[in-house]
Ligand binder design. Structure first.
Ligand code: SF4
Length: 483
């Protein structure tokens, strides 16, 4: 598992019409594990009722405990979810899929993204007495679906989606179908595949389709709802196509998505290699070796090496067996932790002028630890090259960056960053260079964490604790009663 600098909000997988729907959902979720490791869950239909099994931890951990559940959930329809909390803290009540019952029956919901108006909507519903069982933004969707004035609409789901603001790729499991929807800006990815005659899968990334042998058909379009039922695949739109310019999260391409996935019309590895080549054009340097920060910096380092002619080598090796260590009380132990996770191959860097390529720098503390380890191993010069621009602004669309104040580039100029990291030089990709490498026109991407221009207006800054004050009040009351 990666030592992650920031976290994605979630991964989705669903399948309709397959005799091994639950087992394939399990495999699909495994391949999306990089999108969230805090909790996992699968909802399926047992006879006529939706059953949902969720737990804290990785897919392997959750379903090792509930192995018999995988066998019991034997229906031909399933949806699943892996979560990292960007709205609502990490706890069992916030695990997904979220299961709810309302006047039309049951529904299970799985969500990737962040709803920026969830807190506002929740306040409105609570003012009329609604009770919420979680602190995640996703739960408001089930309340919107259940509202009597919404239930009566000709297309209740489309009507509900038009009330949501922000980033959302969604899977809904009803007792006879799956509905997959993507927000009008297409911020988070979502794709469809075919697994056999009359059988379809839907996933956050194509790597999950590959994992179960499904054939990629296409992406779910921004503002589209795709319904999978016994009659096949049906498409409809809840916003008129072409009326909203997309805002795909380009950070998915740079950091989050898996190298073998194709998202936003392009393979992730190829895109990152292009970034590396562009980076070498923008920031050339005389050096002996190009090394990546694995894993997400590897493809860009290959591109940098190809363009510059400087040999590529593996100077840092990641241990995939070290999870979160939790022992970080002081700087010295923190550095030991970095070394444990990312070991230096001394023979590659000793006495050399080294170009280190990373996909991004968020806080900079982990990067500084790696640089120290390289110096310790005898690197003569260290030139840092970063395949995205300096991150200066938070994300409100489903990526858990630290606060603005904690971002390395927020209050520092390049010289100060060089000093902080203790490198001989630094070169960040320009925003123009980044967008030149992209498949779609420049205005089809969200670039807010570099530019500060938020395409979906953010009136109130939300974070993962925005709806947590309810729980805190509860504990405060308890302490008053029992303290
Ligand atoms: S702010 Fe950055 S991370 Fe968030 S959606 Fe936009 S590009 Fe992606």
């Amino acid at each position: 598992m990666q030592d992650k600098k920031c976290e994605e909000s979630c991964g989705l997988f669903g399948i309709f019409g397959d005799a091994e729907a639950v087992q394939k959902t399990y495999f699909g979720l495994h391949s999306l594990q990089h999108r969230g490791q805090e909790s996992a869950g699968i909802a399926s239909i047992d006879g006529e009722f939706i059953q949902c099994y969720t737990g804290m931890g990785t897919v392997r951990r959750v379903f090792r405990a509930g192995r018999d559940i995988l066998e019991k959930l034997s229906s031909r329809i399933a949806i699943g979810h892996v979560r990292y909390s960007t709205s609502g803290t990490s706890r069992i009540a916030n695990c997904q899929p979220l299961l709810a019952e309302y006047s039309r029956g049951q529904v299970a919901v799985a969500h990737n993204g962040n709803l920026i108006n969830a807190s506002l909507l929740r306040d409105e519903y609570e003012a009329y007495g609604s009770i919420f069982k979680s602190t995640s933004d996703t739960e408001i969707i089930t309340h919107l679906l259940a509202k009597p004035t919404h239930v009566g609409k000709s297309d209740p789901l489309a009507h509900v989606l038009n009330h949501l603001q922000g980033a959302y790729s969604l899977l809904f499991l009803f007792n006879d179908r799956i509905e997959a929807a993507r927000d009008p800006y297409g911020i988070r990815p979502l794709c469809i595949g075919k697994t056999g005659k009359g059988s379809y899968a839907v996933a956050s990334e194509t790597c999950a389709l590959d994992a179960i042998g499904a054939e990629f058909i296409r992406e779910v379009e921004p503002g589209e709802i795709v319904r999978l039922d016994k009659d096949g695949l049906h498409s409809r739109y809840f916003v008129t196509p072409g009326t909203i310019t997309p805002a795909h999260c380009i950070f998915e391409h740079i950091y989050f998505a898996k190298q073998n996935s194709t998202i936003f019309g392009e393979n992730v590895h190829e895109f990152r290699k292009k970034l590396g080549r562009q980076l070498a054009k923008e920031h050339p340097v005389e050096a002996d070796v190009v090394i990546p920060v694995p894993d997400s910096g590897t493809s860009a380092a290959v591109g940098y090496s190809e363009q510059s002619g400087i040999p590529f080598d593996m100077g840092l090796v990641r241990s995939h067996y070290v999870g979160r260590t939790f022992i970080s009380p002081n700087q010295k132990l923190r550095e030991l932790e970095v070394r444990l996770k990312l070991a230096v191959v001394n023979e590659v860097v000793s006495g050399k002028r080294v170009v280190v390529v990373d996909d991004s720098i968020v806080r900079g503390t982990t990067t500084r630890g790696k640089i120290r380890a390289l110096r310790h191993a005898g690197a003569k010069q260290i030139h840092m090259r970063v395949s995205c621009p300096p991150i200066r602004f938070p994300c409100f669309y489903g990526v858990d960056f630290p606060t603005k104040e904690e971002l390395l580039a927020n209050n520092r100029n390049l010289q100060q960053i060089v000093e902080f990291l203790d490198v001989d030089s630094i070169g960040y990709m320009s925003l123009e260079g980044l967008l030149q490498c992209a498949t779609f026109p420049a205005d089809h991407y969200c670039t807010a964490c570099w530019s500060g221009k938020y395409r979906v207006p953010v009136d109130v800054a939300v974070n993962k604790f925005s709806m947590e004050h309810y729980q805190m009040h509860m504990f405060e009351d308890l302490s008053e009663n029992y303290g």
